[in-house]
Write a protein that binds this ligand. Structure first.
Ligand code: ADP
Ligand code: G6P
Length: 450
């Protein structure tokens, strides 16, 4: 029997309780509509047959494809996270170009395509998530699959000039064009994608806005992703936060929450906080900065490098400023209980979201949703985050400009209540508009009509 809806994402929610916004939304949609959710097994293993593993899920089927160690190294750590991730995040200096990475990436996608081809009928909707699966529709079409296939890219779409650094740049066009619907985070992403195809000799932008590439035609649209806004706001209002903390309602502090990733601009953020401390007029003011940075992709060398930088800057700033009763930077580089985040956001005076580049950045939206509307904190947001396209009432900063960020911290900490309320109300409206449930519906509606 064929599945009505097939969702593919590299990461499946761990255990039974979905946590991240996207995972919550997909889980709810699949529960409602039924279907199949396919993702990678949690750990690499030396498998003998590549049958899918069934995992527990309510109301739909959840299955995992296996990866052996070599596939994990080349498909996940290699092509996905040492080629596509740095490319799309404008770090061509970090590219690890390797034929074996590209070959295994395509081979894994081909294998997944065979599994999907067995589960899909002509009326199925197939929704592919993110850069791990760029070739999936192309491979599915080769297997004769006629079903509608949608793709959503959670990270920035690369510009024409960046793409020059990708050996697979030519077939990249065919990969994208094999989808029926391509969803990107921002209008700027859509503009970059249009430019790419406009410049290609086989590409053409049709009058109705769709993109033609050779014999393929696909729809292209921005679908800015959001969070479970109300759920997050409720969790923040309900919880008192962790007991035994120096980060409570009476404390003045700034908060940052990011996977430890070079794209998140953490070294510049730490340096900017240090610059703020050096330049603040009233030295009796002693705000703290809480940075939660859970480990991510640690096997990739660039991530280890960022970690060393952070340890050095945090050590220096704390060494130069700490008092017996004050440690300026609290830097947590461990797995962290997600349930503690909403209250920590709510009690923080300032949310620091300063990536050097980011597809959207959900932490910016979570920080806003978690605030008390009567006494909200201030969001400092990088202009380079996709979120900045609509969240224009944040204090927007250039994450490369340390002085500007230090000044923004001073401005945020001194902002009068009326201005905080006004900015927060405007931001909350944006966050509500992009709610993840609406996001899912919009994408699925478009895919049905594609
Ligand atoms: P990225 O997707 O690049 O990691 P985003 O800011 O878009 O960045 O999304 C990060 C998500 O991960 C947010 O929803 C955030 O709340 C969540 N998150 C952050 N820290 C943790 C943690 N320790 N455990 C689980 N989820 C976390
Ligand atoms: C970003 C990517 C996701 C990825 C997540 C965590 O949000 O867009 O596809 O799942 O980071 O990274 P990881 O490599 O741990 O799955």
């Amino acid at each position: 029997m064929s599945q009505d809806l097939i969702v593919v994402s590299n990461r499946l929610p761990a255990g039974d309780t979905p946590s991240g916004g996207l995972v919550v939304a997909l889980d709810a949609t699949l529960k409602r509509e039924g279907g199949l959710w396919l993702g990678a097994a949690a750990e690499p293993e030396e498998y003998e047959t590549d049958d899918l593993m069934s995992l527990p899920a309510e109301g739909y089927e959840k299955k995992a494809f296996r990866l052996n160690q070599q596939e994990y190294d080349r498909y996940y750590l290699g092509y996905a996270n040492s080629v596509l991730w740095p490319l799309c995040h404008r770090r061509t200096d970090l590219l690890a170009i390797d034929r074996a990475f590209a070959e295994t990436y395509v081979a894994v996608n081909r294998r997944i395509a065979r599994h999907i081809a067995q589960a899909a009928g002509p009326d199925s909707l197939i929704w592919v998530q993110d850069y791990h699966f760029l070739p999936l529709a192309y491979e599915l079409r080769k297997l004769g699959v006629q079903a509608r296939i949608g793709f959503f890219l959670h990270i920035p779409f690369p510009s024409l000039s960046l793409l020059e650094a990708l050996p697979e740049r030519e077939i990249f066009h065919d990969w994208i064009a094999a989808f029926d619907l391509v969803g990107l985070q921002t209008r700027a992403d859509v503009a970059r994608c249009l430019e790419l195809f406009r410049h290609h000799p086989r590409g053409e932008i049709l009058l109705d806005g769709r993109v033609k590439h050779g014999d393929s035609v696909f729809s292209l649209r921005a679908f800015p992703i959001g969070i479970d806004t109300q759920g997050f706001a409720d969790a923040a209002a309900r919880s008192d936060g962790p007991s035994e903390t120096r980060f409570g309602p009476g404390d003045t502090y700034l908060i940052g929450v990011d996977r430890l990733d070079y794209s998140k601009g953490l070294p510049n953020r730490f340096t900017a906080f240090g610059r703020y401390l050096d330049t603040r007029e009233d030295k009796t003011k002693r705000p703290s900065f809480l940075q939660i940075a859970p480990p991510s992709r640690q096997e990739v060398p660039a991530y280890r490098e960022t970690r060393l930088q952070l340890e050095a800057i945090a050590g220096r700033v704390n060494g130069e400023n700490a008092r017996l009763d004050w440690t300026p930077i609290t830097y947590i580089h461990r797995a962290f209980r997600r349930a503690d985040l909403p209250a920590l956001y709510r009690m923080a005076d300032v949310g620091l979201v300063t990536p050097l580049v980011d597809g959207m950045n959900l932490v910016a939206k979570e920080y806003v949703a978690a605030q008390d509307p009567d006494d909200p904190g201030v969001l400092i947001l990088s202009r380079m985050a996709g979120a900045a396209e609509d969240m224009t009432e944040a204090l927007l900063v250039n994450p490369f400009d340390i002085d500007e960020m230090a000044e923004a911290i001073a401005t945020a900490l001194n902002m009068p209540l009326a201005e905080r309320r006004r900015r927060h109300a405007a931001l909350l409206e944006v966050v509500r508009d992009s709610d993840v449930a609406t996001w899912t519906e919009r994408f699925m509606d478009c895919l049905r009509r594609a």
